[in-house]
Design a protein around this ligand. Sequence first.
Ligand code: N01
Length: 532
Amino acid sequence: MSTVQQRYDAIVIGAGFAGIYALYKLHHELGLNVRCFEKGGSVGGTWYWNRYPGARTDTETRVYRYSFDKEIYDGWNWRSRFANQPEVLAYLRSIVSHYALDPHITLDTFVESARYDEAANEWIVTTSEGDTFACTYLLTAIGVLSKLNFPKIAGREKFRGMVVHTGNWPDELTLEGKRIGVIGTGSTGVQLITAAAKTARHVTVFQRNAQYCVPAGEDLVGEAEIADYRNNFEQVWEGIRGTRVACGFAESMVPTFSVSPEERDKVFEENWKIGTGFRFMFGTFSDIASSEEANHEATRFIEKKIRQIVKDPETAQKLIPDQLYAKRPISINHYYEVYNQPNVSLVSVKNNEIVAFTENGVRTADGQEYELDVLAFATGFDTIVGSFKDVEIKGLHGVELKQHWKDEATSFMGIATSNFPNFFMVPGPKSVFCNIPPGVEAQLDWIAALIRKARSGEASAIRVTPEAEREWTQICDTYAAYTLLPKVDSWIFGANVPGGKRQTLFYFGGLSGYRQAWSELAKNDFKGFLFD
Ligand code: N01
């Protein structure tokens, strides 16, 4: 067994949105001695790896950021309503340098294992560099969507072109003048397709299930609007924390069928123009994501738009989903329009899958060959649980996290799990489903409160009771059942990866409900957590 090189109060794994805030919170606010290990060559997490053309946020820039520091908000010179990948990365790097967090981050280092040493009450962490460290508190901030889902297609070695996954896009790869195939039409696929259609010689889209796409809206933010957000910073964020999806718009309280058909269409039309999928799903009417009849009204409207925009009726028909509007909503400008371009073609692989690579491209089950220079997999990720698959984490009595989760990935409050003392996940399974930055801020603010409480009472270990974990699991299942989201297969329920286990991976009570649940816990002396 290798010797411990250094002891820390806390180790944070990952330097994306969650890891950076964890480091800030524990080091700056709690004054702990913290080390953060990041497998990438830069901080940024998702925004470091997902460098494909067209990658950008689809939540407005003003709310796709931290709320903890108004100073940074004031000084940040932003104009894009939806920050693109380099802009988000630059923003995260600016936070790291503003708070002088760099010296606490070790890049290019993958944490391979972490083991709880009960006698010493410390975590022993080993890295890809062969180093061993010890810490009291271990925090994973390894991403919701970071383990690539890379479906296998036979004959890869035959293909003379390039194969990439959007979640690990090579810097040097440009698409200009090339024939690109894109597998997948989720949020990533539609961004890549729309961007590639501008410069590629040809884009062949391999679509399994179509999804409902809503325009993102205007690209730029005016100065008056920015000044308004800056002047009302606290009120804006307080408002956001009181909503479910926390995306910065007023969520509707109006049921779909409480208004006339004409009024319904007017509301859908207005929101189609303003843009964003989340607003279309949650800002139009209160029950689009919970009532099938209401959902059908929204899909009828989007279907009409698709038929109006796409000139070829056969292509339009293929682009119309035959499922409920119940995946994570997509926002994208000019997506349906690209199918009117001669350099874009749509191939349905729903009943005609890609069976093999050939020397020059890929072949579908019907024997048709598609010639390509690049094949891009925009096939998504193994949600949350996948992020833990490559790290061996052992808690009390040497029990492995994977074993602990063999029936279901569970947690209490989405951050901690029984048998794993002083171990926190941001986010872990059954975390709040909402805009990521305010979601992780809420989690880390409370983790910091737990650690503060433990240290002030001289408790050496923070644990979770199995009962609390079971109860939270039930709460999450109950909220999920109120929605239509479990009725379609998607990454939200882990149903997107081959052999993946369908389970409730999120808490659907919204950020407001989640924060409320924490406030009540705090009033109740954090019942469910044990301070030994
Ligand atoms: O992944 P997805 P994503 N053969 O799982 C298809 C966030 N995000 O990377 O629907 C053929 O949604 C699959 O088809 P089907 C955002 O939260 C945010 O696009 O399963 N196709 C689907 O079309 C988003 O929701 C932004 O039938 C296969 C696609 O691949 C989340 O990331 C931007 C296949 C995967 O869609 C994930 O989005 C980008 C196969 N074997 C992403 N396997 C922002 O704007 C899978 N597919 C902030």
